[in-house]
Design a protein around this ligand. Structure first.
Ligand code: 6PG
Length: 491
């Protein structure tokens, strides 16, 4: 090993997340080498933020690699997509068998599957890790969700678990699973983040339009909610946003254009849910709600010609606000139950061994969806790692029953007032569907068989010689069609 090899860890990409993560790693007693494609950024960083810390710089990929102890531990925090592949290619001539390349961007998990295989063929251990928590998290403790080549884990565990956020003394970081499993779990985290944010915006809208409350008054509601079951980072920042006034003394929030942006991770989750045939309805609605919001000009035109009812609140405000808290809580339970349903199905489909208690723990602290609530989810999966659905856990079963009356009150009043609640409503629709022993899909099957000979199965209790149990049955509904059935296509 050259005497230049001083660094325990190397990080490429000196944007805000990269700089903060480097300082976090250095604060935990590791020497870090930093590199950035625009090398002037390296010098600026060394002269300013990194000054006096165990951080060294490099002006080329070659120099960067020569400064790393072996096996080299190299993390990329660059834009997802082509830049990750480009950096991997530029590193390859300077790394050797056993070295570790970690991608910490918001990469799509199929890319991480591909990179794990590609690099394993060259003897390089690839890790695709979810990193959550924004700038603050990167600096003082993110949630880290690493997956990929498991041989890398013993070499990075120490650094990762030291810099990660802690929850009740436990690191919010554990090995997630093979290939792109780390980025997959981060993708679902982001989908859930979309859902949580959408639910909060619906609560704000109901308080604003339904009850006519001011941002400051709504801020007080969020402050109270943040001391109860909803205690979480997103509720906390919403309280602060509602209280943030512009120079003229009015809430800045009300001046912000109501057209949501998105970088695509929520959409990936919804697409994956459709691909796996999982009813992850709340995240789907949250993505569509962002899409609808972005049709601002069209909505302005529609608002002039499409009429609806006006809110007319009557009754006890305090009681209604408590109901709204319950609606938010119950919908959140549904969203997480759906998220874990998806993770469970992905584990089956992609043959990953995913550890649900660890996933809940990784989200417990450091990340955007961190909350007290995730402690209860961790407990549920620790008590029973094979839990079929979060709604079968005693704690959540009771919680959703207690919240139910308030939740129904909010969804029905919002509908009568003409206030859109796509996430609250879809959560309730899912709950009522999931708890229904009988759904009207019998009619749907009959229709499919009627017009397309797509066949149906008979209910076991109705089976007979004419309609045997388990068989694909086609009926000539009109007396005109033939007896040939179409082949079946299942998601
Ligand atoms: C995190 C966040 C982060 C994400 C932003 C923006 O966990 O720190 O999920 O990774 O990029 O929240 O996402 P959108 O632009 O899609 O809202």
């Amino acid at each position: 090993m050259s005497d230049q090899a001083v660094a325990d860890f190397g990080l490429i990409g000196l944007a805000v997340m990269g700089q903060n993560l480097i300082m976090n790693v250095a604060d935990h007693g590791f020497t870090v080498v930093a590199f950035n494609r625009t090398v002037a950024k390296v010098d600026r960083f060394l002269e300013n933020e990194a000054k006096g810390k165990s951080i060294v710089g490099a002006h080329s990929v070659e120099e960067f690699c020569s400064k790393l102890k072996k096996p080299r531990r190299i993390m990329l925090l660059v834009m997802a997509g082509k830049p990750v592949d480009d950096f991997i290619e530029s590193l390859l001539p300077h790394v050797e068998k056993g070295d570790i390349i970690i991608d910490g961007g918001n990469s799509h998990y199929p890319d991480s599957n591909r990179r794990t295989k590609y690099l394993a063929e060259k003897g390089i251990r690839f890790v695709g890790t979810g990193v959550s928590g924004g700038e603050e998290g990167a600096r003082y403790g993110p949630s880290l969700m690493p997956g990929g080549n498991e041989e890398a884990w013993p070499f990075i565990k120490d650094i990762f678990q030291s810099v990660a956020a802690k929850s009740d003394g436990e690191a919010c970081c554990d090995w997630v699973g093979d290939e792109g499993a780390g980025h997959y779990v981060k993708m679902v985290h982001n989908g859930i983040e979309y859902g949580d944010m959408q639910l909060i915006t619906e609560a704000y809208d109901i308080l604003k339009r339904g009850l006519g409350m001011t941002p400051a008054e709504i801020g007080d509601v969020f402050e109270k909610w943040n001391t109860g079951v909803l205690d979480s980072f997103l509720i906390e920042i919403t309280r602060d946003i509602l209280r943030h006034n512009d120079d003229d003394g009015t809430a800045l929030l009300e001046k912000i254009l109501d057209a949501a942006g998105q970088k695509g991770t929520g959409k990936w989750t919804a697409i994956n849910a459709l691909d796996l045939g999982m009813p992850v309805t709340l995240i789907g609605e949250a993505v569509f709600a962002r899409c609808l919001s972005s049709l601002k000009q069209e909505r302005i035109r529609a608002s002039k010609v499409l009429k609806g009812p006006e809110p007319d609140f009557k009754g006890d405000r305090k009681e209604f606000i408590d109901n709204l808290e319950q609606a938010l809580y119950a919908s959140k339970i549904i969203s997480y139950a759906q998220g874990f349903m998806l993770i469970q199905e992905a584990a089956k489909e992609y043959k990953w061994k995913l550890n649900k208690p660890s996933i809940a723990l990784m989200w417990r602290g450091g990340c955007i969806i961190r909350s007290v609530f995730l402690k209860d989810i961790t407990n549920a999966y620790r008590t029973n790692p094979d839990l079929e659905n979060l709604l079968f856990d005693d704690f959540f079963n009771k919680a959703i029953h207690n919240a139910q009356a308030g939740w129904r009150d909010v969804v029905s009043k919002s509908a009568l007032w003409g206030i859109p609640t796509p996430a609250f409503s879809t959560a309730l629709g899912f709950y009522d569907g999931y708890r229904s022993r009988d759904l009207p899909a019998n009619l749907l099957q009959a229709q499919r068989d009627y017009f397309g000979a797509h066949t149906f199965k008979i209910k076991p209790e109705c089976a007979s010689e004419k309609y045997p149990e388990g068989q694909d049955i086609h009926v000539n509904w009109t007396g005109r069609g033939g007896n040939v059935s179409a082949s079946t296509y299942q998601v």
